[in-house]
Design a protein around this ligand. Structure first.
Ligand code: NAG
Ligand code: NAG
Length: 474
């Protein structure tokens, strides 16, 4: 299983952002000071905010990747008119800091083996290259994503002959990057794909680059909800030229495990995504309402403990189970890895009312929880607030879940067996964080197991019970 390496990019990235803003303000101030000599207003009045909303070309070009390292802007951005079609609609646009999406209508010809899309008509003046995966500034993810070219077809150029005519739109995406980690599977690929393709009601052809059949098969039931057609492994599509009336290339990423319904086609939200998942896996429960039949065992609230095998393990699972049962819970333990049968696991999760797990990809399974369920993120030591928030806390609410947290204290962490009490690892995590993502990951994420105090955890579970509609058992 791949580490959740990209999570950690969030923090330095924000620092990068701050430096961009600071440099934007600085450059504006300098500009205004120069301007002030000629009688225009000095830095500090209300024009500052206006100016910031419309940064200068120079500012726009300053892009940082998620490591906070400055990266060179893509050349295409220089040529303003090259990304505009005749209708004035942009071919390629940024759908988020992480993703670009290119769209075109007309005569679209896809040559899979060279990963080239020929487009006509278009005002695209020169070739544009892009990697259709939602981590465009992450060099580690991008290394596993093949590059595609969009090429304008001019009238004096004979187009390549179509070997197959399609009457439906094509959706071109890479399933390389960080896929194989459940969090990334959903965040980088499945949710963005839903955003772009649900509007077609299945009448869309998926062309997948960096194809791996085990991964496609793992989520095939979701893909079948989104497309009525066999997925094409486009890199090995030999010499065929597939022709389409329309294409969308690249993911529309909005936010982690979420959909911004104000920007999605037809106003779809993540609630619609959950409905797709329920249909895909035959999940019975849209919400946590318990069965009315008083003999039904499911009347008891169900707790699912997400178990991890290698890192960030619960060391007292047995004790946790006993304690939860004493509160009236029916308890299940679920442990998923890369090759877990998603359908089976999704049904297990959907049957739960409360899901608890230590921060990690397994918590992504919360997408299968019924609305009104409670998700409890156990936060290991290490001042990981930003990570905790971005990955699961923020998405939980949108997924219609009640979010609770259980924060591990020093005496509940195996770190207190590895380090003396006054060691920075225990006493001053921000010092470790200052050494960068790799240091932080190796100390707090890869080498920490937890043993929650049952008494304290009991309070959190009792809090969870309060949010459930189930009758109190005891
Ligand atoms: C871009 O296109 C507009 C409208 O067609 C035109 O007025 C403008 O001069 C063009 N700019 C460049 C840089 O080619
Ligand atoms: C695809 O459509 C074009 C235009 O209608 C036609 O000329 C061509 O023969 C078709 N190709 C195939 C393989 O059906």
């Amino acid at each position: 299983m791949k580490p959740l390496r990209s999570f950690g990019r969030a923090e330095p990235w924000r620092i990068g952002n701050v430096s961009i803003i600071v440099s934007m303000i600085l450059s504006f101030c300098i500009l205004s000071l120069i301007k002030a000599r000629y009688g225009s207003s000095p830095c500090g009045n209300s024009q500052v905010s206006l100016k910031l909303m419309a940064p200068t070309q120079a500012n726009l070009k300053m892009v940082t990747d998620e490591n906070g390292e400055p990266t060179l802007p893509e050349e295409e951005d220089d040529e303003e008119n090259s990304t505009v079609v005749h209708t004035g609609k942009p071919i390629c646009y940024e759908t988020s800091k992480r993703s670009d999406t290119c769209e075109a209508e007309g005569d679209i010809r896809v040559h899979g083996s060279s990963r080239t899309v020929f487009i006509r008509p278009t005002s695209l003046k020169q070739e544009r290259k892009m990697k259709p995966y939602a981590r465009k500034n992450d060099p580690v993810a991008s290394a596993n994503v093949k590059e595609w070219s969009l090429k304008p077809l001019t009238s004096h150029q004979p187009p390549p002959e179509c070997t197959k005519n399609h009457s439906i739109p094509a959706m071109i995406l890479s399933i390389g990057g960080f896929t194989g980690n459940l969090f990334h599977d959903f965040t980088d690929v499945l949710v963005p794909l839903f955003i772009s393709s649900h509007q077609f009601h299945g009448e869309v052809q998926f062309l997948m680059s960096d194809f791996r059949s085990w991964w496609v098969n793992k989520f095939i039931l979701i893909f079948r909800q989104l497309s009525n057609y066999e997925i094409i492994d486009v890199d090995s599509d030999q010499e065929s030229i597939r022709c389409f009336p329309r294409m969308i290339m690249g993911p529309s990423f909005h936010k982690v495990l979420g959909v911004d319904s104000s920007r999605s086609p037809m106003g779809y939200s993540v609630v619609d995504f959950k409905a797709v998942l329920r249909k895909a896996y035959g999940l019975e429960r849209a919400n946590v309402t318990p069965p009315q039949d008083e003999w039904d065992i499911r009347r008891r609230p169900r707790l699912l403990i997400i178990s991890r095998k290698k890192t960030r393990r619960f060391l007292n699972e047995g004790g946790m189970v006993d304690m939860a049962m004493s509160l009236g819970f029916e308890v299940r333990i679920g442990q998923a890895d890369m090759h877990t049968d998603v359908a089976k696991f999704a049904r297990l999760v959907n049957s739960a009312d409360v899901m608890i797990g230590v921060h990690g990809a397994g918590l992504t399974n919360m997408v299968f929880l019924p609305a009104g369920a409670v998700v409890i993120q156990v936060v290991p030591m290490g001042g990981l607030e930003w990570l905790i928030k971005e990955t699961f806390q923020d998405p939980a609410e949108e997924l219609q879940l009640k979010y609770l947290e259980y924060r591990i204290q020093a005496d509940e962490s195996t770190l207190s067996e590895q380090y003396p009490r006054d060691h920075p690892v225990l006493a001053n995590p921000s010092k470790i964080r200052g050494r960068g993502w790799d240091a932080l990951k190796s100390v707090y994420l890869d080498n920490q197991d937890v043993r929650p105090h049952l008494g304290r955890l009991r309070n959190t579970l009792m809090e969870a019970l309060k949010h459930l509609p189930h009758k109190r058992i005891s």
